[in-house]
Design a protein around this ligand. Structure first.
Ligand SMILES: Cc1cc2nc3c(=O)[nH]c(=O)nc-3n(C[C@H](O)[C@H](O)[C@H](O)COP(=O)(O)OP(=O)(O)OC[C@H]3O[C@@H](n4cnc5c(N)ncnc54)[C@H](O)[C@@H]3O)c2cc1C
Length: 412
């Protein structure tokens, strides 16, 4: 096997938020790091572009809470290193029917982790938000403090810049065709790229987003149950006179709603006078043959907006929509693990972030760097993220989290 001459400590495949944060972590630790991206940097065909992502601490699963806490510190640290803001703090608010399992899990997550929270009935919600949330009679709201908005494209750019500042090499428009176990140098991996070059890395991290299943299958034959899903976000016009009341920087929170439709949104930030309100769902697709719309039906979302925002947001239709990709596992937990087989501990996968990974990117980067350099990661329980959980039950362990993702809406 001939090499192009370039050799690295770690080659990271895929420059979305996870690969960029990992490359930053590795370079900062003095590793000779190469980050490869198949498209232009900051492209809009994956999962990490756009204007806003929510950060929240209220996870129904205990194991995400410490990861969110660590991430929120790491977000602050990275933005202070770069010198501009990507993380805008806000409070967070979950609402839903009193009997919703998801909402009850949110409350018990707060109790178990001593997260300061208020459980509010309809009247208390109405008063707390001066009428900006008007939930049905049998619903409750859970108000917490750790929430906020992260600017995704800006955050990816931040980690790429920090990686470069720490000595990493970044190459875009460079598709990784395959990765082979290297038998010539007595270890490591050979990464074959689109122009035929063969690069050598002592170790490799694959953070290929919606393409991770395809790439892993090609290099090892292993089929990961990670489903690419096209989803979209919608921006709605706030009715005149109410704009400031829904803007970031005041008391309006990021929010999630666990009714029949799982709705989420952020205070108005990126487009003045517009607010992001979207449905957590989409339709399965091949990332290389995207339908690019039409998006999911919005009838229930319109109803939700009209009811919950009490006529203060124009629910006739979104003013703008943006499409994006989820990579969903059956249990919606991440995949963070060694690929194993002939690669042993030389190749680590970070994928399947299932529509809720962005907030965790700094800690995921830290964990992936730990795993690839030291073979283990401290301070995190990785058993929920192991590949072999799918072997035990090939359909995965679909959680009792009834209103999480909707795949029922077919574009046809
Ligand atoms: C609409 C939407 C809203 C979301 N909201 C939230 C939220 O509020 N909070 C939250 O925490 N998370 C949220 N998420 C989820 C979060 O954005 C994703 O979990 C995260 O962006 C995943 O990042 P990634 O790096 O794994 O994937 P990507 O960003 O897709 O990066 C993978 C990269 O790998 C590249 N690649 C693939 N194959 C190859 C190859 N063979 N060679 C070279 N490069 C390759 C791809 O081109 C891509 O750039 C949301 C996602 C979407 C789509």
């Amino acid at each position: 096997m001939e090499y192009s001459g370039e050799e690295f400590d770690v080659i990271v495949v895929g420059a979305g938020i996870m690969g960029s944060s990992t490359a930053y972590q590795l370079a900062k630790r003095g590793q000779k790091t190469l980050l490869l991206e198949q498209f232009d940097f900051l492209h809009h065909r994956g999962s990490s572009h756009g204007e806003s992502r929510t950060i929240r601490a209220t996870y129904p699963e205990d194991y995400y809470f410490p990861m969110v806490l660590e991430s929120s510190l790491l977000w602050e640290q990275a933005q202070s290193e770069i010198g501009y803001k990507v993380y805008f703090k806000a409070h967070h608010f979950d609402v839903g029917p009193y009997e919703s399992k998801s909402l009850r899990s949110v409350i018990s997550c707060c109790e178990k982790n001593s997260i300061s929270h208020q459980v509010l009935d309809r009247r208390q919600v109405f008063d707390k938000f001066s009428g900006r949330f008007d939930i049905p009679e049998n619903w409750v709201g859970v108000a917490t403090e750790l929430g906020g908005i992260i600017k995704p494209t800006k955050a990816v750019s931040m980690f790429q810049t920090l990686a470069i500042k720490n000595g990493a090499i970044l190459r875009d428009n460079t598709e990784v065709k395959t990765i082979l176990k290297d038998n010539v140098k007595g270890g490591g991996v050979t990464v074959v790229i689109s122009n035929g070059e063969k690069l050598w890395g002592k170790k490799c991290v694959v953070t290929a987003g919606a393409w991770v299943g395809k790439l892993v299958k090609k290099i090892s034959g292993v089929e990961l149950p990670i489903q690419p899903v096209e989803t979209g976000v919608c921006y709605w016009r706030i009715k005149e006179g109410n704009e400031a009341a829904y803007a970031v920087g005041g008391d309006f929170p990021t929010f999630a709603s666990y009714g029949d439709t799982h709705v989420y949104g952020t205070p108005s930030l990126e487009y003045p006078g517009l607010i992001k309100i979207a449905v957590h769902g989409g339709y399965p697709c091949d990332p290389d043959k995207r339908p690019w719309g039409p998006g999911i039906a919005l009838d229930s979302l319109k109803e939700w907006i009209e009811g919950i925002f009490a006529g203060r947001v124009d629910s006739n239709g979104p003013v703008a929509t943006q499409l994006c990709m989820y990579s969903v596992t059956p249990d919606e937990d991440f995949v963070i693990d060694f690929l194993g087989g002939e690669f042993g501990k030389d190749l680590v996968i970070g994928g399947g972030f299932s529509g809720h990974g962005f907030k965790m990117a700094p800690v995921v980067g830290r964990i992936l760097a730990d795993l690839v350099l030291r073979g283990e990661a401290e301070g995190v329980e990785l058993k929920h993220f192991r590949v072999d959980r799918f072997k035990e039950n090939p359909k995965g362990n679909v959680k009792d989290f009834e209103d999480q993702v909707i795949f029922a809406v077919n574009p046809e």
